[in-house]
Design a binder for this molecule. Structure first.
Ligand code: BV8
Length: 250
C-alpha cells in the first residue's frame, strides 16, 4: 500500500500528535538548510563555527550581521504547503478535542506565520535579541540594526536570541518537549537530519512507549530505522498529501 495511505491509516485515530521539525520544512520557503552552504557572503563561513558563543565573543560584529541578514531574509519568505498543512492538522485535531504540538529546531517562525498555535522554539528565534548584561529580550529592534554589534541600554550588547552549539536549550522549551513527548500517541520527524541533540533524540524518547512514528525527509537519517514509516520526498508535497489522506480532501 502507498506509504501515505499506510501512514494515514495509522494516524487517523490518534489524539495527541507531536511533530519535530528541522530546516527541511522551511527549505521550500527559500530558507537555506544548514547542510547547504549559506548563500552570499556566508558561503565562506562554516555555520557551525558561527553559531557558537565563542564566535560571538571573538567576532560580535560579523556574527550580529549574519543573524540580522538571516532575520531580514526569513521575513521575505512565506510559509510553504508543508507549514500550512501542519497548521490545518492542528486546527482539525484541536476542534476534535485533540492536541498538536510542533517542536521546531527552526528559528524562522514560519510555523507560527502559517497558523500553528502550539509551537515550541527549541533553538530560539531570529526575531529575538537578548541583552548580554540583563538577559532582557527584545523583538522590536530596528531592521537592519543600525550598527554591528548593537550596544544594549545596560552597556552590553544585543546578541541573537537563538541557542548556539554548546548552550543549553531554554528550560521551558525542554520541559514542554518532555511533557508532550511523554503524552503523545504519535510523533513525526519532518525535514531534520536528526544530528543535533537533544532534538535528535526526541523520536526515540517518544518511542519508549508504543507510539506511531513517521518520518518525512529527502534522505534517510539516523531516525529512519526507528520509525514505523520513513517517507522520502519533499515536505511541501508529502505533508499536505498526508493531512488530506487523514481527513479526506474535504
Ligand atoms: C546542548 C540555532 C547541552 C542557531 C542551532 C556530542 C554528542 C552529542 C551531542 C553533542 C556532542 N557534542 C556537542 C553536543 C551537543 C550539540 C550537538 O548535538 N552537536 C552535534 C553536532 C553532535 N548540541 C548542542 O550544543 C545543543 N545544546 O546540547 O546543550 C550541552 C552543552 C555542551 C556540551 C554538550 C551538551 C544546542 C544545539 C542547538 C544549536 N543551534 N540552531 C542558528 O540557527 O544559527 S542548530 C541548527 O542546526 C538547527 O537549529 C538544527 O538543530 C541543526 C540543523 O539541523 P536541521 O534542522 O535538521 O537542518 P539540517 O540542515 O541539518 O538538515 C536539513 C534536513 O532537511 C536534511 O535531512 C535534508 O535532507 C532535509 N530536507 C531538505 N530539504 C527538504 C528536506 N526534507 C523534506 N523536504 C525538503 N524540501
Amino acid at each position: 500500500m502507498d506509504p501515505i495511505r499506510r501512514a494515514a491509516e495509522m494516524l487517523r485515530g490518534v489524539h495527541r500528535v507531536v511533530v519535530v521539525t528541522g530546516a527541511g520544512v522551511s527549505a521550500e520557503s527559500g530558507v537555506p538548510t544548514f547542510r547547504e552552504g549559506q548563500s552570499g557572503i556566508w558561503d565562506r563561513h562554516d555555520v557551525r563555527r558561527l553559531a557558537t558563543p565563542e564566535a560571538f565573543r571573538r567576532h560580535p560584529g560579523l556574527v550580529s550581521r549574519w543573524y540580522d541578514e538571516r532575520r531580514r531574509d526569513v521575513l521575505l519568505c512565506q510559509p510553504n504547503p508543508a507549514h500550512r498543512a501542519l497548521a490545518t492538522w492542528e486546527h482539525r485535531l484541536r476542534s476534535a478535542g485533540g492536541q498538536f504540538t510542533v517542536l521546531t529546531q527552526n528559528v524562522d517562525r514560519l510555523h507560527q506565520r502559517a497558523g500553528n498555535g502550539d509551537v515550541v522554539e527549541l533553538h530560539g528565534s531570529l526575531h529575538t535579541w537578548r541583552c548580554t548584561v540583563t538577559g532582557r529580550e527584545r523583538r522590536d529592534l530596528p531592521l537592519p540594526l543600525p550598527q554591528y554589534p548593537m550596544p544594549s541600554e545596560a552597556g552590553g550588547l544585543y546578541r541573537p536570541g537563538v541557542v548556539w552549539f554548546g548552550e543549553d536549550l531554554p528550560e521551558p522549551a525542554m520541559r514542554r518537549s518532555f511533557q508532550t513527548l511523554a503524552a503523545c500517541d504519535a510523533v513525526l520527524s519532518i525535514g531534520t537530519s536528526a544530528l543535533v541533540y537533544p532534538a535528535a533524540g526526541f523520536v526515540e524518547l517518544a518511542q519508549s512507549r508504543s507510539v506511531v512514528a513517521i518520518e518525512i525527509n529527502l534522505e534517510p537519517t539516523p531516525v529512519s530505522e526507528l520509525v514505523d514509516i520513513s517517507m522520502l520526498g519533499r515536505a511541501g508535497e508529502l505533508v499536505p498529501r498526508l493531512v488530506e489522506a487523514i481527513y479526506g480532501a474535504g
